[in-house]
Design a protein around this ligand. Sequence first.
Ligand SMILES: Nc1ncnc2c1ncn2[C@@H]1O[C@H](COP(=O)(O)OP(=O)(O)OP(=O)(O)O)[C@@H](O)[C@H]1O
Length: 776
Amino acid sequence: MTDTNAPASGAALNENGHGEHDDAAAEVVMPPLNAGIDEERAYVGALYRRLDQLREEARTQLAKVRSSGAVGTMQNMSERDAFATMYEDRLAQLNAVDDRLVFGRLDLETDESRYIGRIALSTESRQRLMLDWRAPEAGVFYQATAFDRQGVRRRRHLLLKRRSVQGIEDEVLDPAMLEEGTENHGDGALLAAVTARRTGQMGDIVATIQAEQDRIIRADRSGILVVQGGPGTGKTAVALHRAAYLLYTHRERLKSAGVLIVGPSSTFMSYIERVLPSLGETGVVMSSLADLYPGVRGVEESDQALAEIKGRLDWVQIIADAVAHRRRTIAEARHIVVDGVKVKVTPKMINRGIERAKATGKPYNEARATFVKVMVKEIADTLEDILANRSQGNEADRSYLVEDVRNAAQVRVLLNLCWLPRTPQALLEDLYAKPEYLAAVAPQLEDSERQLLRREPGAAFTTADVPLLDEAAELLGELDETAGREEARQQAARQKDLENAQKAVENAGPQLEEMGIEGFLDAEAVAALNAETGHTMTAAERAGVDRTWTYGHVVVDEAQELTPMQWHILMRRCPLKSFTAVGDTAQGSSPSATTSWKQAFAPFIDDRLRVEELTVNYRTPRNIVELAERVAEANGLQTTQLRTVREGDYEPIIETHHQAEHLVAAATAAVAAERQRLAEGLIAVIAPEPLVGSIRESLVEVYGRRVGQGAGSMTQDVVALSAAEAKGLEFDGVVLIEPAELLDEAAGKVGSLYVALTRSTQSLRVLAARDLPAGF
Ligand SMILES: Nc1ncnc2c1ncn2[C@@H]1O[C@H](COP(=O)(O)OP(=O)(O)OP(=O)(O)O)[C@@H](O)[C@H]1O
C-alpha cells in the first residue's frame, strides 16, 4: 500500500503516515475551512501518528507487565494478568481501527471544526484531535440536514483507503457557503458505499449512517426495542452499530456484564463477525441459536413441524413436570440390607426426605444431596436402634454406621429409584425415547405430536432442542455442585479455542498454499499453543461459555424467526430485559415465525415494547426489489414498499423451460454467465434444499477451491446454499433455482422466496423447470 499523506504541521512523516513519535505531542494545526485535499491529508497523517504513538505505548506497557515475571502472591499474579488483558484489549482496539480511522469533518456555525472517526484522539497536551463517532457531539454529523441544520455549515466526508485519503466530499448545508464556492462534489459517499463490491463479510457503515438509522442506534438502552424493516434496510448494520454505541455510552456497566449478539446461523455469525472489531469493540459474545447451550452445537431440525412443536412455551411446564416426575416415593415399605441387618424403609420416611430436600429451594440435582443426607441419617438411626436392641446397650460407632449406610448397594439403588441424578441431555433423551414418560408429563400435546417427537437416544440434538436443554439445566442444576460447571466451562473453552484455531488455519490455508507451503498448520496444535500462553479470559469469553451468565444487553437478529422457547431462554440471559431485536415480519420462513411483534413479546413483557421502522433498501437495486415485492404480494404477503437508493445496472433475467434433470448443469452455466456479466464479485446459487449438494459439487468441478463450503465460506467467489442459509446474507449476483420449489419447501409461505429474491446487490438470474409462481 502506498500513501500520499503530506507532512502535518511541519512534522516529518514517512511513507505510511508514521512520523517521529515526539512530534505527536506538539500542537497540531487544524486545517482551515477552505482546506483542500492536501491539507486534509496532512491532518489525517497527524492522526495516524498519534494512533501509532498510543499503540507503541500500549505495547511497551504490555511488555513491561509480562516481563514482571510469574512470581509473587496469587493476588499479584492475578493483578498482573488483569493488566496484561487490559493492555492486550487496548492494543487490539488500536489495531482494529487502523483502517479508515477517520471519515468525517463537521464545520459549525461557531467556527469550530470537528473530525469524526472510529475512536477519540487527543494530543498529550489534551488538544482534541478527533471525536469518537458515538460521542454526543458527533451526533449532528449523522442528523443534520439542509432543513434542520443543527448548527452545521458543512459536512465533509473524507474517503480513505486504509490510511490514504483518496478524496473529499462536501455536503454544504449553509447556503452562504455555497456562494463562497467551497464545494467538493463526488458520487456521494453513500452511493459509493452501497455500490462497492462485496467482500463476503459485512463491513461497518460508520461513515455513512443515515439519519433514520442513527436515531435507532442512539436510542435509550432500557426495555425492548424492535427494529422492523424490509430487506436490505440496514437492520443488521444498525443492530451492530447500536451494540457499539451502547458499549461506548454505558462502558462500565456493559464491559463487566457483556453484550450478547444472537443470529440465525453460524454462516451468518461469520458474515457479521468483523463489524464490531472494526469499530474498536471486541468484548461482545456472538452466538447462533444453535450454540446457545454451551457444549452442544444444535444441528438443523429437518422437520419444521417438529421445530414448531419444540418452540412452544408449553415446554416450560412439560420440563418442570418431567423433572418432578423423576422424584418419586415408594408405594409400600421395603426392607433393605445394611451390614447384614434388615432395615425397614417406609413411604413416610421417603416423603419426609423429599419434602426436606424440596424445602431447600435448590435445583433438582443439588437438592438431591439434601435428600440423600436426610435418608442416610434416617436409615442410620433405624439401624442404630436395631443394633442397640440386639446388643442390649452396647453402642455401635455412629460415624462408621453412617458410612456403611451411605455405601450400601441396596441403599443406593433405593435412593436412586426415588431421586435419580439427571443431566439435561439424559432427561430430554428419556422424554423423546419413552412414550409413556412423555405422555405422563405432556398432556398438552396431541398424540400425533408426541409421536413426532419420538426418537432413539444418541441422536444429535437440534437447534430446537437447545432451549429445552437450557430449561432442563435450569431446573436440574449441576450434577456435582462445583465440579460440573467448571468442567463444562473448561470443555466449552477448549472447544472454542479449537474452533478459532480451525478458522485461522482455514483462512491461512489458501495463502500458504500459494506460497507453496501446505499441511504445516493443524488446528489442534494452534489451539494448544493458545492454551499455553495462559491468556486470562475476558468477561466476554467467560460469559460465552457460561450458560448462567446474565448480560447487560442482548441484540437479536432475524428476530421474527425466534420461537417462544428461544425468547424464553434469552429473557433469562438478560433479566433487565434490555434488548434490541431486529427483523422483518414479512421475511419469516418457518411455521413459528412471528407476524406480530406485540404477540411475540406478549408472554414476556407488558406494554414496554418500542417499535421503530426502517424504510430504505440500501442493498438491492430498484428493478430487483420491484420484482421481489410483486412476487410477494401475488402470493399473499403484505410488504411495506421500500425506497431504494439505486436503479440497478442489470435487468433481472428469467430463464424458464429448463429440464428438471438439467437444472444442476444449467445452474453452473448460469454462474459462468453471471461472472461474465459482473466481471467481479461474489455469486451465490440459491437452490431448493435437495439440489444444493449436487450444485455445489458441479461448481467445484469448474471452480475448485473458489467455491465456498459451509460457515466462513462467504469470502470465496462462488457459493451454493439453501434459502434458509442465505438468510441475512448478501451477494453481488444471485442465481435462483426453481422458485416454485422454494415456495413448496416453505409449505406455500412466500417468506423464504422473498428473502432469496432480495439477496443481490447487483444482478439476479432465475432458472426454472416448473411453472413460475405468480408475480414473476
Ligand atoms: N447507511 C448505510 N451506508 C452504507 N451502507 C449501508 C447503510 N445501511 C445499510 N447499508 C448496507 O446495506 C446492506 C444491507 O444491510 P443489512 O444487511 O444490515 O440489512 P438488513 O435490513 O439486515 O437486511 P435483511 O433483512 O434483508 O437481511 C449492507 O451491505 C449494508 O452494509
